[in-house]
Write a protein that binds this ligand. Structure first.
Ligand code: PEP
Ligand code: MN
Length: 290
């Protein structure tokens, strides 16, 4: 049995709450492997998820999907229901975007991940996506967590931008408690006093989550920084800190992107990054999933 050290956070976590029972790691070797179509997260392989922040059109989606696939991305991302700060910003193609998601999935044979905000859309989105994303703004939405806990699709749970590690793990616990054990945690940056970056990427969350919890941990360096040029640095830092994967925004024409262009990598920059990540993975005794 894995007996945590008395100074271990596993002992200190859950302060004032009933303990975390399901997602906490109980033995030294306990790890959950989450399967998304053929891709496996949480094992030796590192899984790279890439694609546009938002699906904007058939042409945009095809251009980006083809390029990230050629560079070695294993799962395609693409938002159709977008959580935007301003109600006047592009909200995503919504239901119409789901058709494009199904189309590109067949066209490229890449599994797709997309965000659901409204539990009433969950069943519909499940018909088009291979993995359901719960965004940062919805990490605390317990009715939504309970709903995704009842589906049989893997869930990508992003850390709330102001959530503690404990709150993050309890959010995962909601999903697993309802019966869905296929949960991937995603560190995507937190709010701090720093305003030079969009969020502050919490690198220490990676080893900490992996020590406390048996679920795979991936990192979003795009939202974590808000700046495209920082994405390669943070991606490598995340891998070095033990991340099981990355989710990266890529756009072929960032200046004209309807959402998050400033943090999106050009396809050619993504290709260079993938080459670097392959080498780094090897040094770490891992490999990038193909
Ligand atoms: C996203 O991945 O498109 C997104 C909105 O991320 P987050 O929920 O982390 O802000
Ligand atoms: Mn985005």
């Amino acid at each position: 049995m894995f007996t945590p050290d008395p100074t271990d956070h596993q002992e200190n976590l859950c302060n004032g709450y009933p303990p975390i029972k399901l997602v906490n790691r109980k033995t030294e070797t306990e790890r959950t492997i989450v399967k998304v179509a053929g891709a496996e997260l949480g094992g030796t392989d590192i899984v790279i998820i890439a694609g546009p922040c938002s699906i904007e059109s058939k042409e945009q989606l095809k251009a980006i999907a083809d390029s990230v696939k050629n560079s070695g991305a294993r799962i395609l991302r693409g938002g159709v229901y977008k959580p935007r700060t301003s109600p006047y910003s592009f909200q995503g193609l919504r239901d119409e975007g789901l058709q494009l998601l199904s189309w590109i999935r067949k066209e490229t044979r890449l599994p797709v991940v997309t965000e659901v905000m409204d539990p009433r859309k969950l069943e519909l989105v499940c018909q088009h996506a291979d993995m359901i994303q719960i965004g940062s703004r919805n990490m605390h939405n317990t009715p939504l967590l309970n709903e995704v806990g009842q589906i049989r699709k893997p869930v990508l749970l992003k850390r709330g931008m102001a959530a503690t590690i404990e709150e993050f793990l309890f959010a995962a616990e909601y999903i697993v408690k309802m019966g869905n054990e296929q949960v991937v945690l995603c560190e995507r940056g937190i709010r701090t006093f720093e305003t030079s970056t969009r969020f502050t990427l919490d690198i220490s969350a990676i080893p900490l989550l992996k020590r406390l919890c048996h679920l795979p941990v991936i990192v979003d360096p795009s939202h974590g920084s808000g700046q495209w040029w920082m994405v390669p640095w943070l991606s490598k830092a995340a891998l070095a800190a033990g991340a099981d994967g990355l989710i990266i925004e890529v756009h072929h024409d960032p200046a004209r992107a309807l959402c998050d262009g400033g943090q999106s990598l050009l396809p050619e920059k993504f290709q260079v990054l993938m080459d670097e990540l392959k080498k780094l993975a090897e040094v770490m005794g891992r490999k990038i999933s193909v």
